[in-house]
Design a protein around this ligand. Structure first.
Ligand SMILES: [Zn+2]
Length: 305
């Protein structure tokens, strides 16, 4: 049974607008010979510059290999069909979206879009989106949102991780968080998208720090297919989700209270990208200038069964 696509409500209009605009831009550019395509084994990247298309395609392969090994302890076999990646280079921070069509045997088709400054795409948005593709391939159906987004954030660079540490701290201070029992059941992106990403990131990071990445995926698979309490007991030894909730909050308090601990533990990156001269298109934008609006583009357009 083919799945139908769905995207989060809030950024839907913006995402559609971006995709339509990009498609139009690229078609016009293609007609004038300014839209480049670069193919690797698993990706076909379309961008406005040949150098950027090549750089993104090659880094996508590196990410695919390293992220699969980190989470699955093995590489994925090549995809039958390369994943199309459409890139829109701008001077803003990076975001992306990946849509999947799921069938009875797993992923039927997938498509990725990336937008932003090249160095930020390479360091942050691309590894994030590639992580979604690894999870989709491994699980064969949509992953719970909190885990999909939260664990994909672990592939981003330190700038993004620190930003999300702050987001989750603010979330807990204003008591906007979910209990984990509720978080595990959330099927649609909620209105407070940044808080949701922040909590998903923090809970995923906690679970990865105490048990590693493969155990996290085993926990997710059993939780989504069977029962979250049982999966929590089997994989982490907590009596159930309520005790896991208390454990996560206690861990968070320690991480936040002890900056050295936070610094030590904030190293979950699996793919590091070192910008070189030429990757940075615009240096002039400060972190504060990058508005929270960027978050709205970092959504995975996913699928229902
Ligand atoms: Zn995402």
């Amino acid at each position: 049974m083919d799945a139908r696509s769905r995207v989060v409500a809030t950024p839907l209009r913006r995402l559609i607008f971006t995709l339509v605009l990009f498609g139009l831009t690229c078609r016009l550019a293609e007609e004038s010979g300014r839209c480049a395509t670069y193919r690797t084994r698993n990706f076909v990247v379309q961008a406005e510059s040949a150098a950027a298309a090549r750089k993104i395609a090659e880094h996508a392969e590196t990410c695919r290999s390293a992220i699969a090994i980190a989470w699955l302890e093995k590489e994925l076999p090549p995809w039958k069909t390369p994943c199309p990646v459409r890139v829109k280079l701008t001077q803003g921070d990076a975001g992306g979206a990946t849509s999947f069509g799921f069938g009875a045997k797993g992923v039927n088709d997938q498509e990725m879009t990336l937008e932003g400054r090249l160095d930020r795409i390479l360091a942050s948005a691309l590894p994030h989106e590639i992580t979604h593709t690894i999870f989709a391939e491994h699980l064969g159906k949509p992953m719970p949102r909190w885990a999909d987004e939260g664990a994909s954030l672990l592939s981003e660079d330190l700038l993004e991780l620190k930003r999300h540490d702050k987001i989750v701290q603010d979330l807990l201070t204003r008591r906007g968080d979910y209990t984990l029992s509720k978080l595990f059941q959330v099927e649609e992106y909620p209105r407070d998208l940044m808080g949701f990403y922040g909590q998903g990131y923090s809970v995923s990071r906690f679970l990865v720090e105490i048990g590693g990445r493969p155990r996290f995926l085993a926990f997710i698979r059993d939780g989504m297919n069977k029962n979250w309490d049982e999966s929590t007991r089997v994989h982490y030894g907590f009596s159930g989700v309520k005790e896991l909730d208390r454990g996560w909050r206690a861990w968070h308090d320690v991480v936040v209270a002890d900056p050295n601990h936070s610094k030590l533990q904030t190293s979950p990156l699996v793919v590091r990208f070192s910008p070189r001269r030429g990757d940075r298109i615009d240096d002039s934008q400060s972190d504060q200038d990058r508005s929270a609006d960027e978050e709205s583009t970092r959504v995975a357009a996913r699928s229902d069964d």
